[in-house]
Every structure is written in structure tokens, then in C-alpha cells.
Design a protein around this ligand. Structure first.
Ligand SMILES: [Mn+2]
Length: 364
């Protein structure tokens, strides 16, 4: 007998996104998109008539959520008439006595695992299946997830492990020894945000919708079938947008127009209007060009673009020095030449000073 499943984790519904430079409107929009992705997972489960939906923690950020958000999740799960939903909590949605997880009246097809110190075993005789799961609870300094996963499994059943943790160094509270859990037919894990197959049967689906610039690459859920002697799985991409990091390598000969041309071809038009871009500015910039102008003018080509300034200004001021031999500008350049300014912040202030002196010269 085989069962079909969809495995997801780390949706982080209600996430604040305050670790990004997004404005409030964009953050709201992004939160809305997380719900849309959740809806897509529900639709996919219905379309495929999956027997099980495994949710391996951090479906929501409890800190920023309200009761109505949990009700919204419950109502969506209720639509899965032919699917059993098994859910464990993660470090962002820990289960406690008074948390919404405990208060909500979950539909009968939903099994929220409440155990936080032992593997809870749910047996589905009709499918010859055992699901073992543990939820994360309140932070406890003596808690080590790895101590709680030892269990004897029944070799005549299909055994699934559902857990949030493992993507950590040994000694960390959420560290998991993968060798210990290899005996399960399938380990539906959560916590690691990039899709990873630790072993054939030990899998992180990753965040179905990326949450920041560290989350590049494919985003979605794992769909599969499992029996006593077979495991088949496929990754289903779902995400609406991507986070993309690019490098912009400047040369001091580049004009402003040339630089803007390079910037607007960092991605195809569809991607520029859809995805989040971060551009690492490297190399050397002609000191006549203000990086602020490049940054401002780039905005109109992108849905979202941010820059990390890691370049140097080319401070070759021969011409200016020659033209200003006997005045304050010349003396300023001379003074500045005595020191080596490598730091971009210092270079910017020298150029601002120079600009100020030129302005005074024109005014007087
Ligand atoms: Mn987590």
C-alpha cells in the first residue's frame, strides 16, 4: 500500500519582513503573497488528491499573528476533504498552553501534534501508516531536540517522521543527528529554508515563497508517494517572486549612461518588474559621477532594487589641481593627496568638500 503526500514547511505567514528595506506597502503586499502561496499549496493538494499534507513547522510567525490568522489556516485545511493534515510547530510558531494552536477548533482532518518532549505517534491503520512528530514548545535551556527522536518503529508499517530542526551545528538545541532518523521511510523536515535532500529520505522542502536575499534558487513544495519499499518524490516550484543578487563591476572610464545601461539589463524585463534585486557595486567609479544619481535613476526600471556600495571612487584630480594651482581648491586637493583615502565614506566626504568649494567659487 502506498500513500501520496505533499510536504511543506517554513511558510512564515504574517512575517514582519522588518529585516528588509521594503517599505510598509511592499511588506503588506509580500504578506498577502505568502497567503496566496499557502492557497496554492491547498489547491495543489486538492488537485492531486494527496492523502496527506505534512506541515513541518514555522507555517506562521506567531509573534506577528492574530487569532483570525489561525482561523484562516484552519478554514483552508477544512477544504481538504480527502486529505489528512499533520502539523508540527517550529521555533517561530512554538506551541504553548495558551497559544492559538491550543485554542483553535481544528477540523477533524487536521492533527496538530502537541507533544514537545517525546515523539507523538499517530497510527492510521487504514493506510498502514505511522506518523511520528514532535512540536517545538517554549524555549527551555535544557532542551535538545536530538534527545527526543529515539523510538522503535514497526517495520511492517510505513513510518514517517515530521520534525522542525536539524539545520544547526552539533550542540545547538535544534541539532539533529541525521543518521539517527534514517530508519524512517520518509523524514519530512522543516527549518532549513533552502530546499535540501540530506539523504534520499530526509528532506527539507525550503520556503515555498522566498523571504529574503539569502533565499535564492527554486522555491516550492515536495510531492511524493511512499510505501514500505518505495519512495518517489518530485519538487513542485510555486513561488511568485524571486530574490536575486547581482554584481555591478564599475570601471573608471564608464559614463553614467553606460552604467545605467548595464543596470537595466541585469535581468530580463519580466524579472525586473517582478523580482527583488540587490546589486553589489564593485570596482572603480569616476569621481564626476554621483552614485546617488545612479541609485535614484535605476529605481524606475525595477519593481524593487537595493544597492550595496562596495566600490571605490577614482580620485584622480590632476585636471582640477592644474586649473586651481593658486587658490583654495588647489590647496584642498594638495592636502587631500597627502593622505591615502581608501574608505568609500572618506572618499565621498572629500568629493563633497570639493563640490562645496567649487560652488563657492562660482558664487563669489
Ligand atoms: Mn525555523
Amino acid at each position: 500500500m502506498e500513500i501520496s503526500f505533499i510536504h511543506t514547511a517554513d511558510l512564515h505567514l504574517c512575517k514582519s519582513f522588518d529585516d528588509l528595506l521594503l517599505n510598509e506597502k511592499e511588506r503588506n503586499n509580500r504578506r498577502q503573497e505568502l497567503w496566496e502561496t499557502f492557497d496554492k499549496i491547498i489547491d495543489l493538494t486538492i488537485e492531486n488528491e494527496s492523502n496527506y499534507l505534512f506541515v513541518a513547522g514555522d507555517i506562521i510567525c506567531s509573534k506577528y499573528s492574530k487569532l483570525k490568522d489561525f482561523e484562516r489556516i484552519a478554514e483552508k485545511f477544512r477544504l481538504l476533504k480527502n486529505t489528512k493534515v499533520i502539523l508540527v510547530t517550529g521555533n517561530n510558531d512554538p506551541i504553548k498552553e495558551d497559544s492559538y494552536y491550543s485554542i483553535i477548533d481544528w477540523p477533524t482532518n487536521v492533527y496538530v501534534i502537541k507533544e514537545t518532549h517525546n515523539l507523538e505517534k499517530i497510527t492510521f491503520e487504514e493506510d498502514n501508516l505511522c506518523v511520528y512528530g514532535i512540536s517545538l514548545g517554549e524555549k527551555n535551556p535544557d532542551y535538545y531536540l536530538n534527545n527526543n527522536v529515539d523510538v522503535n518503529i514497526d517495520e511492517n508499517m510505513v513510518n514517517i517522521l515530521l520534525i522542525h530542526g536539524g539545520d544547526e551545528e552539533e550542540g545547538h538545541q535544534l541539532y539533529l543527528d541525521y543518521d539517527k532518523i534514517e530508519k524512517f521511510d520518509y523524514c519530512a523536515l522543516g527549518h532549513k529554508h533552502n530546499h535540501t535532500e540530506v539523504k534520499e529520505n530526509i528532506v527539507y522542502p525550503g520556503t515555498p515563497e522566498p523571504l529574503n536575499f539569502q533565499e535564492e534558487g527554486k522555491r516550492g513544495v515536495v510531492m511524493g508517494k511512499v510505501s514500505r519499499d518505495m519512495l518517489f518524490k518530485v519538487f513542485i516550484p510555486l513561488s511568485k517572486r524571486k530574490f536575486i543578487t547581482k554584481e555591478l563591476n564599475l570601471q573608471k572610464e564608464y559614463s553614467k549612461e553606460k552604467i545605467l545601461d548595464i543596470v537595466k539589463f541585469l535581468g530580463d524585463v519580466n524579472s525586473l518588474s517582478r523580482d527583488y534585486y540587490r546589486v553589489l557595486i564593485k570596482g572603480e567609479l569616476n569621481h564626476h559621477i554621483k552614485i546617488e544619481d545612479i541609485i535614484d535613476e535605476s529605481q524606475k526600471y525595477f519593481r524593487y532594487i537595493e544597492f550595496i556600495e562596495d566600490f571605490e571612487y577614482s580620485l584622480e584630480l590632476y585636471k582640477e589641481e592644474k586649473e586651481n594651482k593658486n587658490n583654495i581648491i588647489g590647496r584642498y586637493i594638495n592636502e587631500m593627496k597627502k593622505k591615502r583615502y581608501k574608505n568609500l565614506y572618506e572618499q565621498k566626504s572629500i568629493l563633497a568638500g570639493l563640490e562645496e568649494l567649487y560652488r563657492e567659487k562660482v558664487d563669489s
